[in-house]
Structure formats: structure tokens, C-alpha cells
Design a protein around this ligand. Structure first.
Ligand SMILES: [Zn+2]
Length: 210
């Protein structure tokens, strides 16, 4: 688990280090970091990384966890689906973004998590250098731990700009799924969860002939 560094001196120092490395990168490309268009770029990029795209290194997702008990769920088999949670992450192989949606379906054993908290937790876990497969497993492990549900399914669909802009396969989408609890053994439960997700999920943009 990452320490919460949200308002720390350590975070300020790392942002400063990233700033000078970006300046060095610009120089190494043969560019003049002092010219008009580039002058503020090191600042802007380091801030964007620390505050947005890589903010997951500075925030512990546990700070967003406030589960509450719904007694009815302790004795009944209810099912909760939270779909179309935005994913914005950086692929660790190319440092380029991948983006899409995560869908979570779970069968609570009593504890539930507030609607918006799913997006927050997933934002923290995805704002690190990731591969989609590991991100999916980490989201499943994290939610499984805090909710202790009877079953859990996490599905992520994403477009990878490293494939998109390098002309690999423009409209290639990656889908990853992780299951825990009853979803590991009961295929019909997985099918039911997939039906629910499919009926409400948003489509990713297509870039055919791009
Ligand atoms: Zn990549």
C-alpha cells in the first residue's frame, strides 16, 4: 500500500525532480527548452503527472473507503452493479495513456461502498504506471478486501494510445476481467453479471481507418 503523500514535502520534491528531468528530455531531443512554446512545459508536465496521471503514487486509496452496512444484504442475495467508471491510466511500457471504462458487479455480504467512491478508488489505482491486466486484478483485490463480498467481478475495456498512434491496430480494444468469490465457481452468475454490464455499458470510440 502506498503512503498518503498528498500534502507532503516529499511530493513537492518529486515534482521538482520530474520538472528538471522533463527539461533534460526536451534538451536531449535537440530542442531549446527556453523557446516560447516549451518554456512552461516542464512545469506543466510535472504538475500533470503528480496531480493527475500519476497521482496514484501520492494517495492511498484507503482514504476514500467508507463502507456502510446494509442489513438486508446480510441475509439476502442482492446484486450491485456500478458501470461506466472512467479509467485513465498510463501504460508502463510506453508511458502513453490508455483509457476506457471499468464495470464492477458484486454480491454484498452486508457492506456496500458509496457510489462515487468506486470512481475515486479506481482513479487512484489507475493513476500509476500500469498494465491493464494488473490494474484489473488490483481493483478486484482492493474491493474484495474492503467489501468482503460473496462475489465480485471487475471488467475493464480500454483503448491503448500506444497501439492507436503507432498504427498497430487502430481500433483494437482490450478487455480484462477478474472474478472473486462465487463468480469463480458459478458460470451462470458470471453470465448474469455480464448481461447487466452489457445492457448499460458505454461503447468506446472507434478509430477505423485512422
Ligand atoms: Zn503500451
Amino acid at each position: 500500500m502506498h503512503r498518503n503523500l498528498e500534502h507532503s514535502e516529499e511530493k513537492r520534491l518529486r515534482q521538482e525532480r520530474i520538472r528538471s528531468l522533463i527539461e533534460e528530455l526536451i534538451k536531449s531531443l535537440g530542442e531549446d527548452p527556453g523557446r516560447d512554446g516549451l518554456r512552461d512545459t516542464p512545469d506543466r508536465v510535472s504538475k500533470m503527472l503528480v496531480e493527475e496521471l500519476a497521482m496514484g503514487y501520492f494517495v492511498d486509496p484507503q482514504v476514500y473507503v467508507k463502507t456502510f452496512e446494509v442489513e438486508e444484504y446480510a441475509s439476502r442475495e442482492g446484486l450491485v452493479a456500478v458501470t461506466n467508471i472512467p479509467i485513465r491510466s498510463l501504460c508502463e511500457h510506453h508511458l502513453l495513456p490508455f483509457f476506457g471504462y471499468a464495470h464492477v458487479v458484486y454480491i454484498p455480504s452486508g457492506k456496500v461502498l458509496g457510489f462515487s467512491k468506486f470512481a475515486r478508488v479506481i482513479k487512484v489505482l489507475s493513476s500509476r504506471l500500469q498494465i491493464q491486466e494488473r490494474l484489473t486484478e488490483q481493483v478486484a483485490d482492493f474491493l474484495n478486501e474492503v467489501l468482503n463480498p460473496r462475489g465480485l467481478m471487475v471488467l475493464i475495456e480500454a483503448l491503448h494510445t500506444c497501439a492507436l498512434i503507432r498504427g498497430v491496430e487502430e481500433s483494437m480494444t482490450m478487455t480484462t476481467m477478474a472474478v472473486r468469490g462465487v463468480f469463480e465457481e458459478q458460470k451462470d452468475m458470471v453470465n448474469l453479471a455480464l448481461q447487466i454490464v452489457n445492457s448499460s455499458k458505454l461503447q468506446l470510440p472507434k478509430f477505423e481507418g485512422f
